[in-house]
Design a protein around this ligand. Structure first.
Ligand SMILES: CCCCCCCCCCC/C=C/C(=O)SCCNC(=O)CCNC(=O)[C@H](O)C(C)(C)COP(=O)(O)OP(=O)(O)OC[C@H]1O[C@@H](n2cnc3c(N)ncnc32)[C@H](O)[C@@H]1OP(=O)(O)O
Ligand SMILES: NC(=O)C1=CN([C@@H]2O[C@H](COP(=O)(O)OP(=O)(O)OC[C@H]3O[C@@H](n4cnc5c(N)ncnc54)[C@H](OP(=O)(O)O)[C@@H]3O)[C@@H](O)[C@H]2O)C=CC1
Length: 283
């Protein structure tokens, strides 16, 4: 891929990248970003911190999270790291308890942790299907439900942004994740109505192909087809996805709930992604 993934994901580059948002936008607010140790989650976390939020990041790998935290602290920001596997409801519960104990408030959740592997669906092992559903449907659900319980109990409003994938045309090679994310989109639309009386907004961001190190799980030979993914003929950047999350979280999104913001360079309208390779039939 000609796109420089390393440069686009470099914390210093992200910190200095142009943004349309004002520096004190989130002063006094607390933002939680899952999967904040890499890729899109790190870009979202850095932007929240840059805009004045107190940051909480979680993920399974403490070292990745600590690197991001050290960077933000070096810039004068406040960060709490809570290693958490979002598939484990007890760990998710402990995460929210810890946030309350440390800061006594929470304003925004960006539910970004997730992942899958590319394989033709006909070959999925039950364990593989279950792993992806557990990560992306169950894990995301535990995180959003616990956030809502928190805001209900402390009687404050909140905003949830779930990172999903573009589900409209399906995505060959990752049927398991499309199924899981479609579940989250459906749940989000439903609870947007149920939780509105609590002052909770629930939205989704659906990134198209985005240049993160997470794409390393896809075969290198597939990468030459990246420009065919959308009419703009390039992958999105982590910063472009981060700005869209901020748009929905901040007051710019105050009249938006139950929505899916697709950030895919038009890939929903034109383009192809064969995540497990293009079958001969479609050549
Ligand atoms: C033409 C261009 C195409 C290219 C590109 C496209 C990109 C398209 C965009 C799609 C939208 C989304 C993109 C992204 O999300 S990018 C990056 C996000 N990051 C990741 O996905 C990486 C993380 N992924 C994982 O860690 C794993 O996939 C997994 C979620 C499964 C991890 O869970 P767990 O740790 O529980 O899983 P295990 O490793 O223990 O495996 C459990 C079983 O899952 C099956 N499995 C796992 N990996 C594979 C594989 N590579 N192939 C087949 N099967 C797999 C297997 O049954 C495992 O059980 P066993 O180990 O007992 O066999
Ligand atoms: N890049 C792309 O093209 C697209 C990405 N997405 C989605 O965006 C999100 C971020 O992906 P991206 O940044 O590209 O890839 P990364 O692999 O860099 O990010 C995934 C993050 O989620 C964390 N994570 C995964 N599983 C769990 C878990 N069970 N509990 C806690 N944390 C977990 C990982 O940390 P750790 O392993 O340490 O737990 C990692 O930091 C994912 O949900 C992905 O599917 C959607 C569309 C396109």
């Amino acid at each position: 891929m000609s796109t420089d993934v390393e440069a686009l994901n470099n914390p210093e580059t992200l910190w200095n990248a142009e943004t349309v948002y004002r520096p004190d936008l989130f002063k006094g607010k607390v933002a939680l970003v899952s999967g904040g140790g890499s890729g899109i989650g790190r870009a979202v976390a850095l932007l929240f911190a840059r805009l004045g939020a107190t940051l909480v990041i979680c993920g399974r790998t403490a070292e990745k999270l600590e690197k991001v935290a050290a960077f933000v602290r070096g810039k004068g920001g406040t960060v709490l790291v809570v290693p958490t596997n979002v598939r484990e409801p007890e760990q998710v519960d402990a995460l929210y308890q810890r946030i309350h104990a440390e800061f006594g408030r929470l304003d925004y959740v960006v539910n970004n942790a997730g992942g899958q592997f590319p394989q033709n669906a006909i070959d999925y092992a039950p364990k593989g299907w279950a792993a992806v559903i557990n990560n992306n449907l169950n894990g995301s659900w535990y995180m959003m439900q616990r956030a809502a319980q928190y805001w209900r109990d402390v009687k404050t409003p909140g905003s949830i942004v779930n990172i999903v994938v573009v589900t409209e045309r399906g995505m060959p090679g990752v049927a398991h994740t499309v199924a899981a994310r479609a579940g989250i989109i459906g749940a989000s639309r439903t609870v947007a109505v149920e939780w509105a009386p609590l002052g909770i907004r629930v939205n989704c961001v659906a990134p198209g192909l985005t240049a993160t190190e997470g794409l390393e799980v896809y075969p290198p030979e597939a990468q030459k087809e990246f420009p065919l993914a959308n009419p703009l003929k390039r992958p999105g950047t982590p910063m472009e996805i981060a700005e869209s999350c901020i748009y929905l979280s901040a007051s710019s999104g105050s009249f938006i709930t139950g929505e899916v913001l697709t950030v895919d360079g038009g890939g929903k309208l034109w383009g192809e992604l064969w995540t497990a390779g293009r079958p001969e039939y479609y050549r």
